[in-house]
Design a protein around this ligand. Structure first.
Ligand SMILES: Nc1nc2c(c(=O)[nH]1)N[C@H]1C(S)=C(S)[C@@H](COP(=O)(O)OP(=O)(O)OC[C@H]3O[C@@H](n4cnc5c(=O)[nH]c(N)nc54)[C@H](O)[C@@H]3O)O[C@H]1N2
Ligand SMILES: Nc1nc2c(c(=O)[nH]1)N[C@H]1C(S)=C(S)[C@@H](COP(=O)(O)OP(=O)(O)OC[C@H]3O[C@@H](n4cnc5c(=O)[nH]c(N)nc54)[C@H](O)[C@@H]3O)O[C@H]1N2
Ligand SMILES: [Mo]
Length: 669
């Protein structure tokens, strides 16, 4: 039988794209963009164009597996679900009885962004009372900056950018992570609107922008302060507007004169003349918009960098005009459905230790009897390849007294350490709800085909584990389709105010556009844009530097255009096209070290020495080196990867990742 069905991309991009799946006799044959998607109109990325190659991959795990070799060796034998479930839950019961729930860590990571399949895993962790995870690996500091300034609401939606008249793409690789925004900006550029890129690594995006400011890593706060000062000095700030809109503007304005363009030139490497010129361009725009990525927030000073960039976007009053503002995250005007019906915070009775995902390697390697983790459950995650400090991560995972279960689609360098591996499903094999980080829409996608072999979705797997644990909550006995119906029976604002056809669309599988949020009033204590925030350690925005490490080059993670973290490692076509593990380095930094394009190099710091191939380019800032993509050991052809060089350290606010705040030296191999 031939069918065509609407589906939604489950991955962790800011867009949740819509696509059409064609299937023949229960096998996916083709994937194309959904031209009826109300916001993306059928544009999908190169990775998803052949999603069927991932779903039909011969490398999929299709039965439960039990470890037979040493930890890390990746040797398994197939076992039945019944055996796996019995042995896993017997072990969990033993650990919980002997060591209590703090000995249990559960990681429901970025594999799928679907509400059902992601949050049901958290429901089980809540019921067990597992350590409470702080999931701040993407953009903890950026989220905290948006919370501080705007009470977490009021960002632009991606489609509002059509009305902006000046674009500042700030620390965001649009080509990799925001294809729809790139397409929209390409269109608007043709009308004469300017796109300015502020980047440490402009390799992928320079050609789509009118001007690139290559900035020294982590110095964005200084640039924003100097531009704000130039605009204030020129008398171009909208002081009357700011009085109503913001709190703390006059106090902050009084601090600005010290931040001259000459001061910022020394810190940022951008000339004082350029800073003046660009600041005045921004001041004269009616509705300037910042497209704010995560790059500048993944640092010790990350939250401060983001606060200062958002403040700059507001001071000329552009937020009052359509298209003016900050595109960051969570632009919606309300939660629209009650997600807690799935993750069930009310099931938690033990509120013990917390665990920050950025510190996971240190936590797993800790052998102090008071802190030791004994059980680790991973769903949709790959800590060995993707999380900081690879050597320590493997040291922890190799512990004989750590019982690890990984629910996965394919073998990764993390499954190699598992005691049991359980076979998971692709998004087209289960039902889910999706909301994007940077647009105002909500979608549902229903199961299209049956999963191969004995694969089970996160939902089915968690329900079985709950049953074997003896948990009798009804939550663990219903289907995701039933849960979806229950949630749609009780829609929240703004969905409940919408036409009944919106709910119908979601019941059938499709996308509903939600209203934009209010960009002038915020759920902060006084309803205003909070420039000075007394609840923070640094209430008054000012310049603070990044980590001061003993190595000269700042190592930055650049998102791979042909991968999404480790997710597309199952696609040999994409991995071959991507090629070897390269490191972008500026010609001046390369020359100093006698390095030429294509040379084998060693990148080192206090944590590790990792081989790369040098890609010399003047599109990366001096004193910065950039490593695109997340690799696994097989594709890289080596044991140590980029995250062997990244410390487990946190940003200034939001307990966020400081993935880009690491320093290295580079030498010829
Ligand atoms: N193709 C693809 N898409 C992805 C991903 C992927 O790996 N590949 N990952 C997904 C995930 S999990 C996430 S969280 C999102 C992230 O997506 P976004 O939030 O949109 O951020 P990125 O596009 O990763 O932007 C990071 C950019 O910041 C730059 N940068 C780094 N440090 C600095 C700095 O100090 N100053 C400035 N000005 N720029 C800096 C980097 O060079 C990089 O280009 O993307 C998602 N989409
Ligand atoms: N060097 C470097 N490191 C990075 C980044 C970077 O750009 N460069 N990006 C960082 C960011 S922003 C993030 S969010 C993290 C991501 O870190 P992780 O979430 O730990 O890593 P992913 O590679 O996204 O792993 C997701 C895994 O989930 C599996 N999966 C997919 N769908 C499902 C499903 O439905 N069920 C189950 N059980 N499994 C599924 C996939 O096969 C994949 O192996 O990496 C971070 N680390
Ligand atoms: Mo992420």
């Amino acid at each position: 039988m031939h069918i065509i069905q609407k589906a939604i991309c489950p991955y962790d991009c800011p867009g949740t794209c819509g696509f059409l799946v064609e299937a023949e006799d229960n096998t996916i044959t083709k994937v194309t963009g959904d031209p009826e998607h109300p916001l993306h109109h059928g544009l999908i990325c190169e990775k998803m164009q052949h999603y069927e190659r991932a779903v039909n991959s011969p490398d999929r795990i299709t039965t439960p597996l039990k470890r037979v070799g040493k930890k890390g060796e990746g040797k398994f034998e197939p076992v039945s679900w019944e055996q796996a479930l019995t042995e896993i839950t017997d072990k969990w019961k033993e650990i919980l009885a002997a060591d209590g729930p703090d000995a249990f860590i559960g990681l429901s990571s970025s594999g799928t962004q679907g509400w059902m399949q992601k949050s049901i895993v958290d429901a089980l962790f809540n019921k067990i009372g597992a350590r409470q995870m702080i999931m701040s690996l993407c953009n903890g500091a950026k989220g905290a900056a948006v919370d501080s300034l705007m009470g977490g609401k009021g960002c632009l939606c991606g489609t509002e950018l059509k009305d902006s008249d000046y674009y500042i793409v700030w620390g965001c690789n649009m080509k990799a992570t925001r294809l729809h925004t790139l397409a929209l900006l390409n269109q608007e550029r043709k009308k004469g609107k300017k796109v300015l890129l502020i980047e440490v690594c402009a390799v992928d995006n320079a050609k789509y922008c009118d001007e690139v400011l290559l900035i020294r890593p982590g110095s964005d706060g200084a640039l924003a302060l100097a531009m704000t000062n130039v605009i204030a000095e020129a008398g171009l700030t909208a002081d009357e507007f700011m009085k109503d809109f913001a709190s703390g503007w006059e106090e902050f304005k009084a601090t600005l004169p010290q931040y001259t363009p000459e001061w910022a030139e020394k810190i940022t490497g951008i000339s004082a003349d350029t800073i003046r010129r660009v600041a005045l361009e921004i001041a004269h725009a009616k509705a300037p918009a910042i497209v704010g990525g995560t790059g500048l927030c993944r640092r010790k000073n990350g939250g401060m960098n983001v606060r200062l960039s958002i403040i700059l976007s507001a001071i000329t009053g552009g937020w009052a005009n359509p298209g003016g503002g900050y595109l960051g995250e969570n632009p919606r005007s309300g939660p629209c459905l009650d997600r807690s019906m799935i993750f069930r915070p009310d099931l938690r009775t033990h509120f013990g230790k917390k665990a920050n995902i950025n510190l996971l390697s240190t936590i797993l390697a800790d052998t102090d009897p008071e802190n030791k983790v004994k059980a680790f459950y991973v769903s949709g995650g790959n800590p060995v390849n993707a999380i900081h400090n690879q050597k320590k991560m493997e040291e922890g995972l190799a512990r004989e007294d750590l019982f690890t279960v990984v629910h996965e689609l394919i073998h990764t360098d993390t499954t190699a350490y598992a005691d049991y591996v359980l076979p998971a499903t692709y998004s087209v094999e289960h039902t889910d709800i999706y909301t994007p980080a940077s647009f105002c829409h909500i979608s549902t996608g229903f199961k299209v085909v049956d999963a191969p072999g004995e694969c089970k979705s996160n939902w089915e797997t968690i329900c079985l584990l709950a049953e074997y644990m003896g948990f009798d909550e009804e939550q663990f006995r219903i289907t995701p389709e039933e849960m979806l119906n229950r949630m749609l029976d009780k829609p929240l604002v703004p969905l409940c105010d919408m036409d009944a056809s919106a709910i119908e669309t979601l019941r059938e599988g499709g996308t509903v556009a939600l209203p934009y949020s209010d960009h002038l009033h915020f759920p902060t204590p006084d309803g205003k844009f909070r420039i000075v925030d007394p609840t923070l350690d640094e209430p008054m925005p000012r310049y603070i530097p990044d980590f001061d490490d003993p190595y000269p080059l700042s190592l930055t993670a650049v998102p791979g255009t042909l991968s999404l973290n480790g997710v597309f490692a199952c696609r040999p076509d994409l991995m071959e096209k991507r090629g070897a593990m390269i490191l972008y380095i500026n010609p001046a930094d390369a020359e100093k070290r006698g390095i030429a394009d294509g040379d084998r190099i060693i990148v080192k710091n206090e944590l590790a020495e990792v081989p790369f191939t040098a890609a010399v380019t003047d599109l990366i800032a001096e004193s910065c080196v950039g490593a695109p993509g997340v690799f696994n050991k097989k594709d890289a052809g080596q044991e140590l990867l980029m995250n062997a060089l990244t410390h487990s350290r946190l940003s200034d606010i939001g307990e966020g990742t400081a993935m880009n705040g690491n320093h290295v030296e580079v030498v010829k191999a």
